[in-house]
Design a binder for this molecule. Structure first.
Ligand code: 0GY
Length: 290
């Protein structure tokens, strides 16, 4: 089966930035291997195999300690590859699953035992079909007892329509990839300001400082046009930001990012030691491990 886009770099460069001990990559995926964990029949893209042991090798190479593995659309609601990775990682990984609205409590309990701590709702139209909001709210209500959160992925221009829905979610909400701003529009564009307002007004909203490589038009290695967005979020909401590589970078067509370069963005977006400790350790440990 051929993948639709580039394979991840097997040998990223060694970053100049040395993460503090205990640092968490809070957004990454495992894909397949397809022979063992087939991709979803209705998927919108076919990824390259990116197995758990390759993820763990990257974690160790970059000097990171833990992973948060997020279910991606290409595996649909079949969380077996995710669970396999979580079990293999032991306490060094947590997961975010995608589940069907009619999932039973026993299955949710099983996911919890494996290390799942959240469910993901995806509103990016090119990636998956829409699920009715009542069904999603039903899931959100059912996971509350487990102390889980909801992770949401959307494009910045769609936030305005999603806000009433987000307000009805009873759990913490984690927003992927900085709310996917259009960086060409600049940091003062109303779409990004709307997201900052949401963050300011709802202290249960968290954000992933990830995806600079997909948002940037200027490209590698500096991704200079995406950095101000990340820095603004880190400066304004130091205790609700999480950082992740997004390895193995699904759907990256322009180029395949070097994870060493992505690590070197960290001191540019979190410019002091306390901010980096919050971003890389304290915040993810509080959300996923407590
Ligand atoms: C994208 C990127 C991603 C895809 C997914 O669930 C997914 O398929 O998350 C990503 O990992 O950031 O926008 O195509």
């Amino acid at each position: 089966m051929d993948a639709d886009y580039l394979r991840f770099l097997p040998e990223p460069s060694r970053p100049g930035f040395v993460p503090p001990p205990g640092a968490v990559d809070a957004h990454c995926h495992v894909f397949g291997p397809a022979e063992r964990f087939p991709f979803a029949p209705g998927r919108r893209y076919t990824p390259c195999d990116a197995a758990r042991d390759e993820l763990f090798a990257l974690r160790d190479f970059l000097g990171l300690s833990r992973n948060v593995i997020v279910q991606a659309t290409c595996h649909g609601t079949d969380n077996r590859a995710l669970v396999d990775a979580l079990v293999a990682a032991g306490d060094r990984a947590r997961g975010v699953a995608v589940v069907d609205p009619d999932i039973g409590d026993a299955e949710l309990d099983g996911l919890h035992a494996a290390g799942v701590r959240g469910v993901r709702f995806n509103f990016v139209r090119r990636l998956c079909g829409a699920v009715p909001s009542d069904a999603l709210l039903g899931i959100a209500g059912r996971i509350e007892r487990l102390g889980w959160h909801v992770e949401v992925y959307f494009e910045a221009a769609d936030l305005i329509d999603l806000i009433p829905f987000l307000m009805r979610i009873p759990t913490p909400v984690v927003v992927d990839h900085m709310g996917r701003p259009d960086v060409a529009k600049g940091i003062d564009h109303p779409d990004f300001r709307r997201f900052l307002t949401l963050m300011a007004e709802t202290d249960r909203t968290w954000v992933k400082i990830s995806g600079s490589e997909r948002l940037s038009a200027e490209g590698p290695p500096a991704y200079a046009d995406a950095v101000p967005f990340a820095r603004r979020l880190v400066e304004r909401f130091p205790d609700r930001v999480l950082w992740g590589t997004d390895w193995p970078h699904p759907n990256m067509i322009s180029h395949m990012p070097d994870d060493g370069h992505l690590l070197d963005l960290i001191p540019r977006v979190a410019t002091d030691r306390d901010g980096r400790a919050a971003l890389l350790i304290d915040n993810p440990m509080r959300l996923y491990w407590s």
